[in-house]
Design a protein around this ligand. Structure first.
Ligand SMILES: [Zn+2]
Length: 293
């Protein structure tokens, strides 16, 4: 008897490609094991961060071009997420504050706002599907930097609410605090938590923890059991991701591009309902981002 396999859609909700990494080969690996859709998230070049609006525009354009290349050459459904990475803002703010004081802080905030406006232009032109990854640093920063990040994030959530745009959040590792604290910000901003995706989310997807935000579960070792145990308490659904970094200097330091397809097969073989898998890989992404390009 042949083993049953899942032959439906398979989407990785948080994937990076690096022009100097494996690039198209990584996308091919994903497709080879059944992957059908990628959510390509903009990642700045951390060794040479964009310092002007123009540089942001160029780096967003390069992400959009990369998505197009994968679409053309590998035939995957592609969605693009653009925005100022919180680590980029934090690094820049710290650096410019040291060199220019308060004026440097203002300059970093202004660049952040410009990069949000630019991302929204691309989304409104139909070339991108959401804002992200935005949020706050995952490491400990000085209180003033954290305050700036929180202030800018709340501002951005207001804009996302007005424009009805989905956001992908990058936050610190704590299981509960980001859901509850950023959930409160969203309430103040009038943004529905249904339009908020927590990237790198812990495996517990129960509404009680998430408060209705959409968890994009990072498929780390041992997460499957927790995910399966909590999925019946997740009313809106969840997504799966690898946060694939495509960094040749750190092979094996991150999850490979085949992980979401493989874990999806694991879930299927464990008896997870087809309906749940369709929701994760097809219906929920459509609701959040619209159809792929
Ligand atoms: Zn990322």
């Amino acid at each position: 008897m042949s083993k049953e396999v899942w032959s439906g859609p398979i989407l990785d909700n948080h994937f990076h490609l690096n022009p100097n990494g494996r690039n198209i080969e990584a996308a091919k690996d994903f497709a080879k094991v059944g992957g059908t859709d990628l959510v390509l998230v903009h990642c700045p070049n951390f060794s040479n961060l964009p310092k002007t609006k123009k540089e942001y525009q160029l780096s967003y354009e390069s992400t959009i071009e990369q998505a197009q290349k994968v679409r053309d050459e590998v035939n995957l459904g592609m969605r693009v997420i653009l925005g100022p990475h919180p680590a980029a803002f934090a690094h820049q703010c710290i650096e410019w504050k040291e060199s220019e004081g308060e004026a440097g802080v203002q300059k970093a905030m202004e660049l952040y706002r410009q990069s949000i406006d630019l991302a929204i232009d691309f989304i409104e032109e139909g070339m991108a599907h959401g804002l992200g990854e935005i949020g706050r640093p995952h490491w400990e920063v000085d209180e003033d930097i954290l305050q700036y990040c929180n202030g800018l994030l709340e501002e951005t959530l207001h804009i996302a609410a007005k424009k009805n745009i989905t956001v992908q959040l990058h936050v610190e590792g704590d299981e509960k605090a980001p859901y509850s604290q950023i959930g409160k910000m969203a309430d103040r901003a009038g943004l529905s938590k249904k339009n908020m995706v927590r990237h790198f989310a812990p495996a517990n997807v129960s509404d009680e923890l998430t408060g209705g935000m959409v968890p994009s579960v990072i498929l780390q070792k041992g997460c499957i059991e927790t995910l399966v145990a909590s999925m019946s308490e997740c009313s809106r659904g969840f997504l799966l991701e690898t946060d694939y970094m495509d960094d040749l200097r750190r092979p094996g330091a991150v999850m490979g591009p085949k992980t979401v397809p493989k874990r999806t097969q694991t879930l299927f073989s464990m008896g997870v309902d087809e309906e749940i898998l369709y929701r994760t890989h097809f219906d929920l992404p459509n609701e959040l981002y619209g159809p792929p390009l």
